[in-house]
Design a protein around this ligand. Structure first.
Ligand code: ZN
Length: 455
């Protein structure tokens, strides 16, 4: 009797306990948005350089997501009179159609604005660098990619869009910081209210591998710097070669390329193949190895070494302190920035131009940023001399620069660019001279072209 009463009591108590404190499992991130590969680029159409490879990944069952830093507000409109933000709205829609054609559904646009120059620092400033990084880190934590593919951060003769470079800079920064729980902690904090709008409940995320691609004119310099993927194989999903899958997606970018796209609108397969060969659509997709937090070779497959379980945050080793001594001259501006950037992010072995280089437009002004430093114990007076190729005009170099001990003097030389194009890059030489002789020399390879982006 007593036992029965006790049993009834225990059962009743257990039932109350279950009702009051049911076992809970932890809330999980939304797997619909988990990606294997996150593409981080600047403008609608930037995917075109790698879309034939992305189509291969999709056929392998990989999930691909994309982040665009701008809507592509700058440039001409081949289709109508809309420009600026309205043009960006159109290009967002063209891009969504293009990615749907490829098979990519998850795509986000950040708040950066198109910056039509070659200067990565202007793009980063225009995008409010810190704000943009916070947005991109959020997207990495939300999509949790194993691999990030982005533009090569570097200065090269080519299209060399500052926005492309800035996308690569930000993607690298996000790769190295999204796994750090001390970075943008409000994104990670536990939401406090049902109507929470501030704390986001994300998880730190460390991607495993980082790859780049480039629009430099000379792609021979990237040989053996990463894997290459032929595009002539047939996609089982699209029943067409991968280059054609890429081209079909590209057809949506009509505000940018309608006059070109119309050329292949009515072509039969044979004619299309001829055009693909002629314009390079059927060439391999060339990736450049950036870094890996898992064992991996440089030219091995993108997923070589990638493991299925999340990896721990990899804190960057602090680079050796910079050593300066005596009096010196060095490149300033973006070139100086990239020296710091490569060192800070452990990217010392990614390709860079053999010597500083730039392409500038005929009849424009070349701005050559320099840094003069005096790390000696005495003040020094410097002057500059230049050796220029034929066709260039010597600027007024009568200016003297007085540097006290410890001074750093940013100087910007301005040179009139010749009216005639140069087939190859020409070398411009600038030498700093003190009362006791030559202090140092910097060289800049300059190609004079027509119709490219302004410096
Ligand atoms: Zn672009």
């Amino acid at each position: 009797m007593r036992t029965t009463q006790m049993l009834a009591f225990v059962l009743a108590w257990s039932a109350i306990g279950l009702a009051q404190g049911a076992v809970k499992t932890p809330p999980q991130p939304d797997n619909r948005f988990k990606a294997d590969v996150l593409l981080v680029v600047a403008h609608p159409d930037d995917e075109s350089g790698v879309s034939a490879y992305l189509a291969q990944l999709l056929d392998q069952g990989k999930k691909v997501a994309a982040v665009y830093m701008t809507h592509g507000e700058a440039g001409h409109n081949n289709m109508g009179r809309e420009r600026g933000i309205s043009l960006g709205a159109e290009r967002e829609m063209e891009l969504r159609h293009a990615l749907t054609e490829l098979g990519i559904q998850n795509v986000w646009f950040l708040d950066g604005r198109d910056t039509p120059t070659q200067d990565v620092l202007q793009s980063l400033a225009n995008w409010h660098h810190g704000t943009c990084l916070e947005e991109l880190v959020r997207m990495v934590r939300l999509t949790r990619p194993e691999v990030i593919i982005t533009w090569l951060p570097g200065f090269f003769i080519g299209e060399n869009h500052g926005d492309h470079q800035a996308a690569g800079v930000l993607a690298t920064e996000a790769f190295d910081s999204a796994g750090d729980p001390a970075v943008f902690p409000a994104q990670l904090a536990q939401p406090r209210h049902v109507n929470e709008t501030l704390l986001e409940g994300l998880t730190p995320w460390q991607p495993q591998k980082l790859y780049f691609f480039s629009d430099a004119n000379d792609d021979k310099q990237f040989k053996d710097k990463g894997p290459q993927y032929p595009t002539t194989g047939i996609s089982p999903a699209h029943h067409a070669p991968y280059w054609q899958v890429a081209l079909e997606a590209f057809r949506f970018h009509r505000t940018q390329y309608n006059s070109y796209i119309e050329k292949f609108d009515g072509l039969n397969d044979q004619e299309l193949q001829k055009l693909a060969k002629q314009d390079g659509w059927d060439g391999p997709v060339e990736l450049i190895f950036g870094k890996a937090n898992v064992p991996s070779s440089i030219t091995g497959d993108v997923f070589e070494g990638v493991i299925a379980t999340p990896i721990a945050f990899v804190r960057l080793a602090p680079p050796a302190a910079e050593q300066h001594s005596g009096v010196s001259i060095a490149m300033g501006g973006p070139w100086a920035f990239y020296e710091h950037f490569r060192r800070e992010h452990g990217l010392m072995s990614i390709p860079q131009a053999a010597a500083p280089e730039i392409a500038v437009n005929t009849g424009s002004t070349l701005q050559w940023p320099l840094i003069l430093r005096n790390d000696s114990k005495q003040s020094v007076e410097l002057s500059l001399t230049m050796t220029l190729p034929e066709g260039w005009t010597q600027p007024d170099l009568s200016q003297k620069y007085l540097l006290a001990a410890g001074d750093r003097f940013p100087v910007q030389l301005e040179l009139a660019v010749p009216a005639k194009k140069s087939e190859a890059a020409q070398e411009l030489v600038c030498t700093a001279v003190s009362s006791v002789g030559t202090v140092g020399t910097v060289r800049l390879r300059v190609q004079v072209r027509a119709g490219g982006l302004p410096q």
